[in-house]
Design a protein around this ligand. Structure first.
Ligand code: FNR
Length: 183
């Protein structure tokens, strides 16, 4: 088993998601002792507090995958200047029942890509608010706001040469952050 299993939560369900592509390409820049695992949120039901005593199998599966991770990497689009509802839904599922949340103490990183020039900045700020409440130490700098330009990925789907130095530096900082804060 890898020394550092890292749960990757992508805030988009879209088939051709730029953010999922980014999550896959970014994982390749991580250190060898990190094992990035994308955790599906597509099958989670809408959160309903009435179900706290009888959580769906998909919710149990999701929570177990987060629980076994040493850290969480959020890769999210921005929807209407905030995080997509599917991501907030997943965050809520992972926080309940009260006292049985899986997020607390896990170091986190946030990146995102958008066709827009602000590159998910507002969504990330909203997400920081939530992660703060969930008691997740979240890497502050460097911030990682990416615009979906043609050069972001190369033909193989890896990070292209223009963006690679910045994203490698981000990953190096994230890796150090995880090692410092992981339980
Ligand atoms: C968007 N998009 C968008 N982009 C942005 O930069 N700021 C925003 O507030 C929004 N708002 C928004 C709302 C909704 C409902 C949709 C569907 C889209 C555009 C968004 O960045 C674009 O669709 C990305 O391609 C979504 O990311 P994925 O699915 O490619 O990962």
């Amino acid at each position: 088993m890898s020394q550092y299993p890292i749960a990757v939560v992508v805030g988009s369900l879209r088939r051709e998601s730029f953010n999922r592509k980014l999550a896959s390409a970014l994982a390749k820049l991580g250190p060898s002792e990190f094992d990035f695992r994308q955790v599906s949120i597509a099958d989670l039901p809408l959160y309903n507090q009435d179900d706290d005593d009888n959580q769906a199998e998909s919710v149990k599966r999701f929570k177990a995958q987060i629980a076994e991770a040493k850290a969480v990497l959020f890769v999210t689009p921005e929807y209407n200047r905030s995080v997509p509802g599917v991501l907030k839904n997943a965050l809520d599922h992972g926080s309940r029942p009260y006292g049985q949340g899986v997020w607390g103490g896990k170091p986190a990183g946030i990146v995102g890509v958008s066709p827009g020039a602000m590159g998910t900045a507002m969504a990330q700020q909203h997400l920081r608010n939530v992660l703060s409440f969930l008691d997740m130490p979240t890497l502050s700098q460097p911030e990682c706001f990416l615009q979906a330009k043609d050069t972001l990925f190369d033909a193989a789907g890896d990070i292209g040469p223009d963006s690679r130095p910045f994203l490698q530096a981000w990953m190096d900082r994230f890796a150090a952050w995880v090692k410092k804060h992981a339980a």
